[in-house]
Structures are given as structure tokens and as C-alpha cells.
Design a protein around this ligand. Structure first.
Ligand SMILES: [Zn+2]
Ligand SMILES: [Zn+2]
Length: 71
């Protein structure tokens, strides 16, 4: 569950007009990188990818935080 550097191969280029999440890019908070990746989990560290901007689903964020606590 750590960054191995694989994520840089899938690094997403910042879109000019649309937001990153709108154009289908996903963020890995472990690797601190935006990815062009179809899966739900980071191909690099296996951490679940964020598909929505911060603040729009606080409840989901809380759930993730609780899961992290349990681990
Ligand atoms: Zn990584
Ligand atoms: Zn990652």
C-alpha cells in the first residue's frame, strides 16, 4: 500500500477547459496524482481512487476515514 512509481505512467494531463473529474480523471490520494485509469483502485498502490471533487460527498469521505482507522 505504498507508491511504487507506476502511477506516473498513467499520469493525467491537466485539461484546458473541463475539470479533472469531469473529464474522467481520478485522483489517488496516496500517490497525490491524477490518473487516466478505468479501474476503481490505483494501479500503483491499490488505494481506492477518488472520482469526485472534495466536499461533494462528505459522508463517503467519513466512511473512508473510518476504514482507515480500523486498519
Ligand atoms: Zn503511485
Ligand atoms: Zn496510488
Amino acid at each position: 500500500m505504498a507508491c511504487k512509481g507506476i502511477c506516473t505512467r498513467y499520469r493525467a494531463i491537466k485539461p484546458h477547459k473541463e475539470g479533472r473529474y469531469v473529464s474522467g480523471q481520478k485522483r489517488c490520494s496516496k500517490c497525490s496524482i491524477f490518473l487516466n485509469w478505468d479501474g476503481k483502485y490505483c494501479p500503483c498502490c491499490g488505494y481506492p481512487l477518488r472520482t469526485k471533487p472534495k466536499g461533494t460527498n462528505t459522508r463517503k469521505r467519513l466512511m473512508v476515514l473510518q476504514q482507515v482507522k480500523r486498519i
